[in-house]
Design a protein around this ligand. Structure first.
Ligand SMILES: Nc1ncnc2c1ncn2[C@@H]1O[C@H](COP(=O)(O)OP(=O)(O)OP(=O)(O)O)[C@@H](O)[C@H]1O
Length: 525
């Protein structure tokens, strides 16, 4: 079945079955059906194949499945999100990380190879015949809890390095039909290599649980940080900083064919250095895309239906801080440059759209206050939903509230679709910021800022006038968390190798462990 050509079916939207799981401060969060995960996963594979071919077959953007099953979830979360994971058919510990794909993942992450955590992982693997298992970690306090999983602070024993370990119950995943969704999240995490996105260091499973070992962010999230601000809103310079980093992360995701769909302050974590990490990909949508040549330096190839190789054009993408790895073909790039030099031409740079601006999904996903009108109306949605949420996000950072919040969830949805955008009288916010919000919170996606050309349109907005996109990682963050000091020598924490009762052994046997002190909080098990 050609998944990249499936058109959305409007009538399917009416079959969405709404099912609440959590009450919410921000309103409910909607999850796509397992079918969607399947389609999008398939498309992602196809997408990857087309990337490796480095040939653009068509300028048409591919579409995501429009199917929404009767059992499509409507998961209500308090500004919390859900994480799910693929169950294993095997009953033994399966350390995927020892497989070549995961083991070699550092090789696919050129920006992360100097990371001390990779070094620690390598060291323990070398002592453990290449494997990494639960027994290699000492688990400390719980950092937070999602819908069907929890995240814990963990030390890779003997290395004094910390990780965030996400734990998911496979039975629960299967029962709630979240296995494919969890798989999507893991696949996305595995593919990321960007300073503002998480690194997945390893994944392994026990009989009952799945574990994702990720980078730990000690600075909490932007929701919590906003609450600490005077007036519970960020000053404009701080909002600009966070916005700029989130924008780069979204742009990168879009370039990989990933529509994030769940932007909100809770999902923006703060690293030790004060820079951000966008987290939580279980609502994300993967789709194939074909870069569109908007304007060529060569009039002959400037045709909407022309086929062309990506390499020469990619050498000239101006607005992207971090190109996706599939674009990197230095040799050919050089060749292209040489040729250009030889011809002694000064040609205008080609302009590309490398984001899936035309991808379409019919799924009803997101968090009430952040849902885009086209999602609520069931009109099908693409990457423009991320620009809508980007506008809501900016509004919330600057004003301390979301723009369409109603008395209840229904009222919120009604406001999103039907009510005009209004700004509070205070705090005072610059014209540029309000203008950017206005451009993003346009109800018709086709008239929304960035609809046509993605993130580069937003980067050029006056709100970001003085942002040096290439050097944003070197910019001083507005807020740097207190240094996180981990007492690796303390006796607390669950340690696989510790004398009985070893909590990890309890974890492995599935026994319910009740906390006996602040560190022992893995009641999830
Ligand atoms: N890498 C991390 N570093 C530090 N804290 C984290 C990290 N990842 C998650 N957390 C914390 O753990 C909490 C739970 O995360 P988790 O991803 O399980 O749930 P969620 O984001 O609420 O939703 P979902 O279950 O959909 O993923 C988060 O709210 C966050 O505070």
């Amino acid at each position: 079945m050609p998944y990249d050509t499936i058109e959305p079916l409007a009538e399917e939207v009416s079959s969405i079955n709404l099912e609440y799981n959590y009450s919410s401060a921000h309103g409910p969060r909607f999850c796509p059906s397992p079918q969607e995960s399947f389609y999008s996963a398939t498309q992602y594979i196809e997408g990857k194949q087309s990337f490796t071919n480095t040939e653009v077959s068509s300028v048409r953007q591919s579409c995501e499945s429009g199917e929404v099953s009767n059992s499509c979830d409507f998961v209500v979360e308090s500004r919390k999100t859900n994480s799910f994971y693929r169950g294993s058919s095997g009953s033994d510990v399966s350390d995927e990380s020892s497989s070549s794909s995961s083991y070699g993942s550092a090789m696919y992450k050129p920006h992360k190879t100097n990371d001390v955590r990779w070094e620690a992982i390598k060291l323990v693997r070398s002592r453990n015949n290449g494997a990494l298992e639960l027994k290699n970690f000492r688990i400390f306090k719980r950092l937070g809890c999602g819908d069907i999983g929890s995240v814990h602070l963990a030390e890779l024993i003997g290395t004094r390095t910390c990780f965030a370990m996400k734990v998911m119950d496979k039975e629960v995943l299967a029962h709630r039909k979240k296995i494919l969704r969890a798989q999507t999240e893991r696949e996305i995490l595995k593919s990321l290599d960007h300073p503002f996105l998480p690194t997945l260091y390893t994944h392994f499973e026990t009989e009952k649980f799945s574990f994702l070992v990720m980078e730990f962010c000690p600075g909490g999230d932007l929701h919590a940080l906003r609450q600490k601000q005077r007036g519970k809103f960020f000053p404009e310079h701080a909002a600009r900083f966070y916005l700029a980093e989130v924008l780069l992360a979204l742009e990168y995701l879009h370039m990989l064919g990933i529509i994030y769909r769940d932007l909100k302050p809770e999902n923006v974590l703060v690293r030790q250095d004060g820079h951000i990490m966008l987290s939580d990909f279980d609502l994300s949508l993967r789709c194939t895309f074909s870069p569109t040549l908007v304007k060529s330096s060569n009039p002959i190839v400037e045709s909407k239906s022309s086929r062309y190789s990506m390499e020469p054009s990619c050498a000239n993408i101006q607005t992207t801080c971090f190109g996706p790895r599939f674009l990197g073909k230095p040799k050919k790039e050089k060749k292209y440059r040489r040729k250009t030099d030889t011809n002694n031409q000064v040609s205008p740079l080609p302009e590309l759209i490398v984001e899936p601006t035309d991808a379409r999904s019919m799924s009803f996903v997101g968090t009430h206050e952040y849902l885009a009108p086209e999602i609520i109306k069931g009109e099908g949605h693409g990457s423009a939903v991320d620009w809508w949420t980007f506008g809501v996000f900016l509004y919330e950072l600057l004003f301390g509230t979301t723009p369409f919040k109603g008395q209840g969830n229904k009222a919120t949805l009604f406001n999103v679709v039907g009510q005009p955008l209004r700004f509070p009288e205070s705090p005072t916010v610059s014209f540029a910021a309000r203008d950017l919000i206005r451009g993003l919170l346009v109800k018709e996606p086709q008239h929304r800022l960035a609809y046509r050309r993605g993130a580069s349109e937003i980067k050029q907005h006056p709100f970001f006038q003085n942002v040096n996109w290439a050097l944003i990682r070197c910019t001083s963050p507005p807020d740097v968390p207190e240094p996180f000091v981990m007492d690796f020598d303390c006796d607390r924490g669950f340690r696989a190798g510790a004398p009985a009762p070893s909590v990890v052994n309890k974890v492995q046997s599935g026994v319910d462990v009740k906390p006996s002190d602040n560190y022992l909080e893995i009641d999830f098990f």
